[in-house]
Design a protein around this ligand. Structure first.
Ligand code: BGC
Length: 678
């Protein structure tokens, strides 16, 4: 590590041109280094579920070699559903080690924006509607990444909760909501995890753009919270040289190859030469860059090497996937299925398609991805005849996937939609009818049927740059599922996606329903193990699953999806905080998740000296299993009814009991009531 004096000396030796070259992109994911002073460039890569594939330095053309396949981890929503801090640490650690192995310095994740509405196109990249769950997992994830001499980059600061007009929408939000809901994950990342870097958002926050916001980046992040790491803009989020240079931003990145014309390149040089901007402002940014490099052992000392695609990484991806699956319904103990079955029908496109290479900047070139169909087949082996029928299709949308979307991502009008193409839509409806009829005909001959559907990463679903239009299942899946349940009421329904869908058309007829997220490269293995009982499900919903949008505060009392200004009238009443307060009964509540066994919890005691809540959990069923114990603090009359204050995941053998200590990481508030929920 170089001393502070040495860093100051380096800054003095740098010319203005050299300094400027360090504070903006010189490639799409890289700044310039200064060879003569042994300053390397800074190399970024997306996150958050793996290290992104390689692009050419100055075009969004993929390099396309075979060396950038990686471990594909479950998405952050899946990670949140595990309610398991250790798995968050392991996820971060895999990512950090692979980033280092691929020669990256900063991995652009985790994304910690609050899931304010199920419509947000990037919800799958985010953890939860709850700030406590988000921050607890983000802190561990960041520690995991950074132990590898790689910087995590927490994003997007601040209130990037919708994709509609994300580049310009003005988010009007009060201080109470910011402090209680939208800031905690960033705050704890700085204070507890010591995160080395942070990305500003595209959107405006109370009138000014997030990535160049003097108040939030200087007054709050740097002065109040004491953040001395690196602030990078989102790609193309800077709009004004003077504002940007005076804000707490250090590095401007963008999506165009006009690197010299970035706001912090030639335009800034001119302002400095004219004496309008003081060079000292640039020095501060250089200092932050050098401090980051020093922390990563880039300037001196032994830097960790990292590696990628190890057995251990794949095993970790599987562990997370296994604990993320949420059992929503299991009437008559229909699940788990018997492994000795001889015949099985699997229906649904999500059983078969691969998700890794989609979703926007979170896209990944995974070494492999086990689909649910492959997971089921490899678990059952050759003695079971597994028949597959597509049942529905998204083909028309798939054709619309734009490989180089990021190149034009700053131009919202560039999004081409097929929704208005009536001819294409009619053709599609016909094809779907054919696929449906074929699947339904087959279903008549099967006792065991698994349907796998849900969402995917096509634009307009779980994808960057666009929000979902509603929370209905796409591609007429509701019709197919309803018909299937009429033919065979024991059909198992599995849905994949980054957030709630409306299941009302068929949920009362279904006996077994599983929610599977995007489970990473081993997602199909984890799902199969759950379906056939090798894994006892232990995932819990990290967000409320609404029947429809009128139950979600952003839509009921707030605003969502406006293109000019969106006012967060819902304040702190987001997710279950709203549902509890306003007496809404959602489809499935926050924290919901069944198991193949049953647990009982005796209400515990508070140990104020150690900030712990201690309770006894008994596994009353006949299978071993894991469960999450959620600890809530009761609110006062003018507060949310309850807020999550702790959680702990435990494994308990059948018929055994365990004492569980739940740490109240923010500290027990005297005089408040706490209660556990399992
Ligand atoms: C996204 C960021 C991402 C960046 C670089 C932007 O479109 O909003 O989350 O890290 O691109 O790919």
């Amino acid at each position: 590590m170089l001393s502070n004096e040495k860093l100051e000396e380096i800054i003095k030796e740098l010319t203005l041109d050299e300094k400027l070259s360090m504070i903006h992109g010189a490639e799409l994911f890289k700044t310039a280094g200064v060879d003569r002073l042994n300053i390397p460039p800074l190399v970024f890569s997306d996150g958050p579920m793996g290290v992104r594939l390689e692009f050419h330095p100055d075009s969004w053309e993929k390099v396309g070699l075979s060396d950038d396949y990686i471990t594909y981890l479950p998405c952050n929503s899946a990670l949140a559903a595990t309610f398991n801090r250790e798995l968050a640490f392991e996820t971060g650690s895999v990512l950090g080690e692979e980033a280092r192995g691929r020669g990256k310095d900063v991995i652009l994740g985790p994304g910690v924006n609050i899931k304010r509405s199920p419509l947000c196109g990037r919800n799958f990249e985010y953890f939860s509607e709850d700030p406590y769950l988000t921050k607890e997992l983000a802190v561990e994830y960041i520690k995991g990444v950074q132990q590898w001499d790689v910087s995590a980059c927490i994003k997007h600061f601040l209130v990037n909760n919708q994709e509609t007009a994300r580049l310009e929408v003005d988010t009007i939000v009060d201080d109470e909501a910011l402090r209680q809901i939208y800031m905690p994950a960033f705050y704890d990342a700085v204070k507890r995890a010591g995160v080395y870097s942070l990305m500003g958002s595209y959107n405006k926050i109370n009138g000014r753009f997030g990535s160049q916001h003097t108040h939030y980046l200087n007054d709050i992040l740097r002065d109040e919270w004491g953040f001395d790491g690196l602030v990078v803009s989102d790609w193309g989020a800077i709009h004004d040289t003077r504002e940007a240079v005076r804000s707490g931003l250090d590095v401007e990145m963008s999506v165009t190859p006009d690197f010299d014309e970035y706001y912090l390149a030639n335009p800034l040089k001119k302002l400095i030469e004219k004496g309008i901007i003081a060079e000292e402002l640039v020095d501060k940014k250089i200092k932050n860059i050098l401090v980051l490099m020093n922390r990563l052992n880039m300037l001196d000392g032994e830097r960790k090497t990292g590696t990628y695609n190890t057995d251990d990484h794949r095993h970790k991806a599987l562990m997370v996937a296994e604990e993320s699956i949420v059992l929503l319904k299991n009437d008559r103990n229909l699940l788990p299925l018997d492994k000795k079955i001889k015949k099985l029908l699997v229906i649904g496109e999500n059983a078969e398609i691969l998700h890794a290479l989609g979703g926007g900047s979170a896209e990944l070139k995974t070494l492999y991805e086990i689909s649910p169909l492959m997971g089921i087949k490899k678990l059952l082996g050759g003695n079971c005849n597994v028949k597959y029928a597509k049942g529905y299709s998204r083909d028309i949308y798939r054709g619309n996937l734009d490989e180089k979307w990021q190149e034009t991502s700053l131009d919202m009008s560039s999004i081409i939609r097929v929704d208005n193409d009536t001819e294409a839509l009619e053709k599609m409806a016909l094809l779907r009818k054919e696929l449906r009829e074929e699947a339904l005909e087959l279903a008549k001959a099967y006792e065991n049927i698994i349907f796998v559907g849900g969402l995917d990463h096509v634009p307009g679903h779980d994808s960057e740059g666009e929000d979902r239009k509603n929370i209905l299942l796409p591609y007429e899946q509701d019709i197919l599922i309803s018909e299937l349940l009429k033919i065979n009421p024991n059909t198992i329904i599995v849905l994949t996606g980054g957030g709630a869908v409306n299941m009302q058309k068929w949920i009362n007829e279904a006996s077994a329903v599983i929610w599977g997220w995007y489970g990473g490269m081993e997602g199909g293995t984890a799902l199969a193990k759950t379906l056939f009982g090798d894994v006892n499900p232990s995932g819990r919903l990290p967000e409320t699953f609404y029947h429809d949008l009128s139950e979600c505060s952003a839509h009921a009392i707030g605003e969502y999806g406006n293109t000019d200004k969106v006012v967060y009238k819902d304040g702190i009443y987001v997710g279950y905080r709203y549902v509890d307060k306003f007496g809404v009964t959602p489809q499935f509540p926050f924290g919901f998740g069944l198991s193949y066994t049953t647990f009982e919890c005796t209400q515990g005691t508070l140990d104020e000296a150690n900030n712990e809540f201690i309770c006894n959990i008994t596994n009353t069923g006949d299978r071993d299993g894991k469960t999450s114990v959620l600890l809530y603090m009761k609110g006062k009359a003018d507060e949310p009814v309850k807020v999550l204050a702790g959680f702990e995941k435990v494994f308990i053998k059948s018929k055994e009991s365990k004492q569980v200590k739940i740490s109240v990481t923010d500290g027990i508030i005297k005089g408040r009531e706490y209660f556990a929920f399992i």
